[in-house]
Design a protein around this ligand. Structure first.
Ligand SMILES: Cc1cc2nc3c(=O)[nH]c(=O)nc-3n(C[C@H](O)[C@H](O)[C@H](O)COP(=O)(O)O)c2cc1C
Length: 369
């Protein structure tokens, strides 16, 4: 576990340890204004012992919003709300990146302004599954294909949201290219049926991802930009027939830019972390997605074996706000959350105790003896 607790420095990143809190949507922002929850500053401050905090996904324009209570980085009020979060994290010596998110087809007219249709690379619907909205679970609708000028505007919206993130005091931004949302919908074979320059070939399907990264880099500087990818990940009905070829090409194209990091979420038959590590010369953050929460032991092994520089953990950070301290002290960990994950207020959000708060939980093995 020692490996996870060592400091990490590269470029602008100066992390107190090699643990990142993975981005996790909590659905607690004001659903009308998209301003982060009044408890968000406390939630992130409580977890600022992570070397790197990555926020929940934050929408970059009105059609990018995936469900109730998702926060934005589009208006001045949202930007002010995030400033409270970054100030709280920095007061604890933490580092925090905002995750920039466009969900593409993974939303519903009842979530979007004026009941608009979701947009996507192509008019391909998610079949046989429902999506959570403020009116409960509803069937997916068929999205509308983005026009060329809308694609250009969406690229600019990622850059504008990145500018707002820096104005709000974030140390950087993570572009959400994972989990079957808009960027991966452009990459996937079953979601991108375009025959123009944004589809058709590996180069075409990667074009949107590259343009978003390049626009955000031009806006805020490469050393403030991370990219999250999830090669071969079937989540949200995405299919990639040749993930290794596709992601090797993406990594080869982006490596020279000098990004703050590449965040690889491994889920699928393709062993993406081990395959992409030697092809990426910068910082690599690793995360795995499985029914069980990723284990700190497995994370420490990834660092020991040279597969990752930093390891992201999600659910364990939710229930163990002082996770690095617990690992340092050998304190037992709370299990993953079972309720109050999405939506609501303080409950299940800022009331998970630290080891020091928890009655009857020993602070350290020595204290237990
Ligand atoms: C409640 C919840 C919300 C999530 N929201 C996001 C998100 O907004 N953006 C994202 O990239 N991944 C999101 N994820 C995926 C996590 O970042 C992570 O990949 C996943 O939880 C696996 O890591 P773990 O086993 O350590 O929890 C979410 C996961 C959970 C459990």
């Amino acid at each position: 576990m020692r490996e996870l607790l060592e400091p990490y420095r590269a470029g602008r990143l100066e992390l107190a340890n090699r643990l990142a809190m993975a981005p996790m949507t909590r659905g607690r922002a004001d659903d009308v204004t998209g301003v982060p929850s009044p408890h968000a500053a406390t939630y992130y401050r409580q977890r600022a012992g992570a070397g790197l905090l990555i926020t929940e996904g934050v929408y970059v324009n009105a059609l990018a919003k995936g469900g109730p209570g998702i926060p934005g980085l589009v208006t001045d009020a949202q930007t002010r709300g995030w400033r409270e979060v970054t100030e709280a994290v920095h007061a604890e010596g933490g580092t925090v990146f905002a995750q920039l998110w466009h969900v593409g087809r993974m939303t519903h007219p009842s979530t979007l302004p004026d009941g608009e249709l979701p947009v996507a690379p192509s008019a391909v619907a998610v079949e046989g599954e429902q999506i959570f909205t403020r009116d409960g679970l509803l069937d997916h609708v068929t999205p509308r294909e983005l026009t060329m000028s809308e694609i250009a505007a969406t690229v600019r919206d990622f850059a504008s949201a990145a500018r707002r993130a820096i104005d709000a005091g974030f140390d950087g931004v993570e572009i959400h290219g994972a989990n079957g949302y808009l960027i991966q919908q452009f990459i996937g074979d079953n979601t991108n049926l375009r025959t123009d320059e944004y589809g058709g070939s590996v180069t075409g399907r990667l074009r949107f991802a590259r343009e978003v990264v390049e626009a955000v880099v031009a806006e805020v500087g490469a050393d403030r930009v991370g990219l999250r990818i999830s090669p071969d990940n079937p989540v949200n009905q995405l299919a990639e027939t040749d993930a290794p070829t596709t992601y090797r090409a993406l990594v080869e194209a982006l490596d020279p830019l000098g990004l703050a990091y590449l965040h690889v979420l491994e889920n699928g038959a393709y062993g993406a972390i081990a395959d992409l590590r030697p092809r990426w010369s910068g910082t690599l953050i690793a995360n795995t997605n499985a029914p069980e929460p990723s284990s700190p032991e497995a994370g420490a092994r990834l660092i020991r074996d040279g597969h990752a520089d930093v390891v992201a953990l999600g659910r364990l950070f939710m229930t163990n706000p002082d996770l690095p301290a617990r690992l340092a002290n050998g304190t037992p960990l709370a299990g993953p959350p079972t309720e109050n994950v999405y939506g609501g207020g303080a409950e299940g959000y800022i009331d998970y105790p630290t080891a020091t708060d928890a009655p009857g939980t020993p602070k350290s093995p020595a204290a237990a003896a």
